[in-house]
Ligand binder design. Sequence first.
Ligand SMILES: [Zn+2]
Length: 232
Amino acid sequence: MVEDIMSSTDTRGAQSHRESRESRAYTETCEILNETLSSKRESPFLRILLHAMESQGCAVLPKHFVVEDCKSFDGYGGFDAANNEIVLCENKFASMSRKRALKEMHSTLAHELVHAFDHCRGNVDFYNNPKHVMCSEIRAAALSGQCMLANNFPSAVFGKSRRGHQRCVKSQALRSFKSLHPEWSMEKSVILIDELFTKCYKDTEPFDRIPLSMNDARLAFKAYQSRNRYDP
Ligand SMILES: [Zn+2]
């Protein structure tokens, strides 16, 4: 499960940070992170998001990635808006096969970069405004590829597949929101997501479409290149 905008107080601490740096899990997670970032040219998701961040004046540098033991936090990573950091949880990535860890790292980075993009582009208040959190969670679930459908999905059932994508996005966003706001009842959370879903799902920036498949993501990247004359 990919998570979330993080509180910088209850999941992190100097002690765990120091311990992390000496562990095998820390080293392995750093390797998985570096491998994912060094192959970013193969990922339309990471290329669009990283370039969009740079275009907005929020270039993502190595110092913005932090690997640590997230202790009680039950996700793969998070975006710490207070410190402008994407946190990757070593206790998750180091306990899975390398193939799966690379896949989850990619998905986590894409998800957290959507939060970072939202943080960079506007007046979002992740700590005090539940609407901002829910909207960003909807966008992160929709645009990170985590609810992506299988490639080459038959066009005859495309309509059905889009509904499936929306169901997945709702479920993932609700789960992420609830982990950040456990005090909210499920009923109240569902009312909030229903209120925001259409508007936030339609906001696909910096993509020009919802990437329902890897092919969609590649097309979005091509469109991004021509829109921004992106030619690295
Ligand atoms: Zn999230």
